[in-house]
Ligand binder design. Structure first.
Ligand code: NI
Length: 157
């Protein structure tokens, strides 16, 4: 979870398959975003869908935030930290540059939830999870709760 993801050199069949698998995992969870890091593939690939209809897949390969402005506080959750929802400060607007699912470069201006999601997922690629923005005390509590959960899961398995 704390490994730095490597850039994708070429959007080939393997990368396209990774994108399909990640989208499937995200929709099944269900979640609104997933970074390759979370499926233990350390490459710079993100999938996002914040639509209510769940049919607007956004694929960001080698994403890079080239401009950010403003501040917003949003309650975040993460498929890698189940059951934890906490408020985090993020830039209100971001401009992101990336390659799409077919390898074409594009730029996207995002705000609101989409901007939060992009920042959250790019953090995963940098080996960072949103709970690391929280106070020490909160992080300690979350860790204790997660250890208890994994002990329970081990007992059940
Ligand atoms: Ni996450």
């Amino acid at each position: 979870m704390h490994t730095l993801a490597a850039p994708v050199r070429e959007v080939d069949d393997e990368v396209r398959q990774l994108v399909r698998d990640m989208a499937e995992t995200m929709y099944a969870a269900p979640g609104i975003g997933l970074a390759a890091t979370q499926v233990n593939v350390h490459r710079r690939v993100i999938v996002i869908d914040i639509s209510e209809t769940r049919d607007e897949l956004l694929v960001l390969i080698n994403p890079e935030i080239v401009a950010a402005e403003g501040l917003q506080e949003c309650e975040e959750g993460c498929l890698s930290v189940p059951g934890v929802y906490e408020k985090v400060d993020r830039a209100a607007k971001v401009k992101v540059r990336a390659l799409g699912a077919e390898g074409k470069p594009f730029e996207l201006d995002a705000e609101g939830l989409l901007a939060v999601c992009i920042q959250h997922e790019i953090d995963h690629l940098e080996g960072k999870v949103f709970v690391e923005y929280l106070s020490r005390l909160k992080q300690t509590r979350i860790r204790a709760r997660m250890q208890k959960q994994s002990r329970r899961a081990a007992a059940a398995a």
